[in-house]
Design a protein around this ligand. Structure first.
Ligand code: 3H9
Length: 690
């Protein structure tokens, strides 16, 4: 065995040169791997006793792509494209042996081998679109030549990898290996050596392109089909253009198109934001003050209190991964309704073909309902999901404290209330934590894990890893009203309403936010959530526009009207009623109304979010700025191609953000606009959120 570079070993195994890559954790194509591949192949070519080459990887995976950490530091020789040219032009058969994932540059490397074999559990894909990129080392030109144009389009625009079986069917792998991969792949390589004959390169194949040449309309059909989902993102369109180039241009020209478009994306702000977010998401799981040896508690059974929308969604998350759940309700009808909604949700999913009817039955069988809190005695975790009323929550927690087994975790799904106050009614505040799921809880990826002053490290660790188990991204936050997400949202909402008072109609405000990339604007979001959250019919005195709307029974989408009017399919139209109310309130407050530009609307909605984010960092409520961004992208639909509010602030420049906050502070004299001291300090040092 020879070490070619610190990341690549070379061994001549009876005439097969085995190149073993070892670059943990994911065998990314760092400089040492590229250099090793280049030199390894050259060595194999030069050795007459070598008849074929096998590339395989140590550790848990084949190459998972280019080394994203290298992207910012400029090109280091040799570049991936020239390494792949050497593979493509080799005169001896090269076989890629795939386990784990072959992603991005990893799959592009495999596509420059003459053959690919994989274990059954392997996954193969080109996920660059998720980083705001396209495959930049020939993937867009080679993949359609192997799997056909439609499949390639689907893979590059969604970024979703295919299984080894699908890859075998599509011709992307030549054999699925049972048993030991290295042994099976070596045997396969020897077979191919024995067969002899001309070596076929993917770049020379044209057969799978023919159908798209006859039906060029498929490109526009796809553009139309994904337009809504990919709104605002450049990368999906650029990926389509590259595959179009594969169909319309000779291979070398297609490669030039790919290279040009790759560079455009790589140097643009969207890819910078999406690469940043890739690491932000992974960073969120790291809790600096959690001792390494912290023990994780077992979670084998979960209790959920409340069978409403939130309780039901939370229960679904658990049973989806096989954790049995007991749901406790106060009234039998409510429990029945809740259980029926869960079944209906699963049946809808089965109808769409995403799960089988057997899955529906299996998941529903894991849920039991009860009207008795005592049924939760043997649960390892109980999540309270009743309405937002401190007195009710305290009552539940003090009763639960006497019922739950010692050591069981008691969690509240509150979206704003003080976890410490709730914990204080129990004799085990160290076991109390906030688990703030987002609605719909079975769909939204975010989980705000709220640590109380006394929450133990074991409980935090257990909840963070439970989040992974149920496929959520967890962000650990501290206690304050609204935690990270809702606290920041409150500031955007306040400005949205202020803008409507000053003369910007709700639909204008919403359109600006929608065009920025949010799935909906502030008023549409309020209508969706229900305007009556926190509203009380008995005590309402029409003090705000919202109160007045609720008094008119315009409580949002569910009543067919709110800030907007809705048709039977819940399509909104601007409502003269809401606009007149804003005009009336403005007149009463002596606010003179005017036309407001879209630029001002955007600034006034987004700057307060950044400012509040800075205060949250200053107070230590969030561990790091990127955690706030993860909360915003996964919990509130902040467009990931803009990174999140804190990344966005960095991209604007904190000096500019500060100057505009000061401008509004001076203009209005309202402390709402007072810049956070933390932001001032960073901006004055020429620093950024990090
Ligand atoms: C590309 O290939 C461009 C080319 O077309 C052309 C170039 C010319 N680089 O996710 P995990 C780190 S673009 C560097 O927690 P999992 C990650 O940060 C690339 N680092 O594990 C983490 O570090 P830490 C196309 C990487 O098992 C650790 O590995 N490829 C890379 O849940 C573990 O990661 C992709 O987009 C990387 N490429 O999932 C694939 N990938 O421990 C991106 C991971 O310090 N990667 N790290 O926090 C993934 O999707 C997942 O990481 C993977 C493993 C599925 C592989």
């Amino acid at each position: 065995m020879v070490q070619v570079t610190s990341m690549v070993d070379y061994e001549n195994v009876d005439g097969v040169a085995v190149l073993t890559l070892d670059n943990p954790p994911v065998n990314a194509l760092s400089q040492g791997v590229r250099q090793g591949l280049l030199e390894g192949v050259a060595r194999a070519e030069a050795d007459d006793t070598v008849k074929g080459v096998l590339i395989h990887c140590k550790g848990g995976t084949f190459i998972a792509g280019a080394d994203i950490t290298e992207f910012g530091s400029g090109p280091l020789e040799p570049d991936l494209r020239s390494v792949l040219v050497a593979l493509d032009n080799a005169g001896k058969p090269i076989v890629a042996a795939i386990h784990g994932t072959a992603l991005g540059g990893g799959l592009e490397t495999a596509l420059c081998c003459h053959y690919r074999v994989a274990v059954a559990s392997a996954k193969l894909g080109l996920p660059e679109v998720n980083l705001g990129l396209l495959p930049g080392a020939g993937g867009t030109q080679r993949l359609p030549r192997v799997v056909g144009v439609e499949k390639a389009l689907q893979m590059v625009t969604t970024g979703v990898p295919v299984s080894a079986t699908e890859a075998l069917e599509a011709g992307l792998v030549d054999r699925v290996i049972e048993g030991d991969l290295r042994t099976g792949a070596l045997a396969f390589t020897r077979e191919k050596i024995a067969q002899g004959g001309t070596l076929l390169r993917i770049r020379d194949r044209e057969d799978k392109l023919q159908s798209a040449r006859e039906h060029p309309e498929i490109f526009d059909q796809l553009r139309k089909a994904i337009a809504r989902k990919t709104r605002g993102f450049l990368a999906p369109e650029y990926n389509i253009r590259c595959i179009e180039a594969a169909v319309k241009q000779p291979f070398d020209e297609g490669m030039k198109t790919e290279s040009k478009l790759f560079k455009e994306l790589m140097t643009g702000p969207q890819s910078a934001a999406q690469q940043y977010f890739f690491f932000a998401e992974r960073q969120a799981g790291k809790i600096p003050d959690l001792p390494k040896d912290t023990v994780e508690l077992p979670i084998a059974r979960v209790g959920v209190i409340g069978s409403g929308t939130m309780g039901g969604g939370i229960a679904m998350n658990m049973v989806n991964v096989g954790i049995p759940v007991t749901i406790v309700e106060v009234k039998a009808e409510a429990l029945e309704r809740g259980l029926a909604v869960i079944r209906k949700n699963y049946e809808n999913t089965a109808r769409k073909g995403r799960i089988s009817q057997a899955d529906v039955e299996q998941r529903c069988a894991l849920i039991s309902g009860s009207l008795d809190l005592n049924e939760l005695a043997d649960c390892d975790l109980v999540i309270e999901a009743v309405f937002e009323d401190m007195a009710v929550k305290k009552d539940i927690f003090s009763r639960l404290d006497g019922i739950a087994r010692p050591g069981a975790i008691l969690a509240s799904n509150t979206s704003a209330l003080d976890i410490n106050e709730i914990a204080a009614v129990t004799k085990r505040p160290e076991s109390v934590i906030g688990l703030h799921f987002f609605s719909p809880a079975n769909v939204m990826k975010l989980l705000e894990v709220v640590r109380g002053a006394k929450t133990s490290p074991e409980v935090i660790k257990t909840c963070m890893s439970l989040a992974k188990r149920i496929r959520k991204t967890a962000v650990l936050v501290g206690v304050c009203h609204g935690f990270v997400g809702n606290r920041i949202l409150f500031y955007r909402q306040r400005q949205a309403e202020q803008l409507a008072l000053e003369g910007a109609p709700p639909h204008q405000v919403d359109k600006v936010l929608y065009d920025f990339g949010f799935p909906m604007g502030a008023f549409q979001m309020s209508d969706l959530a229900g305007l009556d959250i926190g509203w009380n019919a008995k005590t309402s005195r029409g003090a705000t526009v919202k109160d007045r709307l609720c008094e008119m029974d315009r409580r949002g989408q569910k009543t067919g009207a709110g800030f907007y009017d809705y048709d039977e399919n819940r399509n909104p139209t601007p409502s003269p009623v809401a606009e007149e109310l804003f005009a009336e309130f403005a007149a009463k407050a002596g606010i003179s109304r005017r036309e407001i530009t879209d630029e001002e609307i955007l600034e006034r909605c987004v700057l307060p979010m950044i400012n509040e984010g800075a205060k949250i960092l200053d107070e230590g409520i969030a561990i790091r700025a990127s955690d706030i961004d993860v909360v915003y992208v996964y919990g509130y639909g902040w467009p990931v191609h803009r990174g999140g509010p804190m990344h966005y602030a960095n991209s604007l420049g904190l000096d500019k953000v500060l100057a505009r906050l000061r401008h509004y502070h001076e203009l209005t004299g309202d402390d709402f606009w007072k810049p956070s001291q933390y932001l001032v300090a960073l901006a004055e040092k020429g620093d950024r959120f990090s």
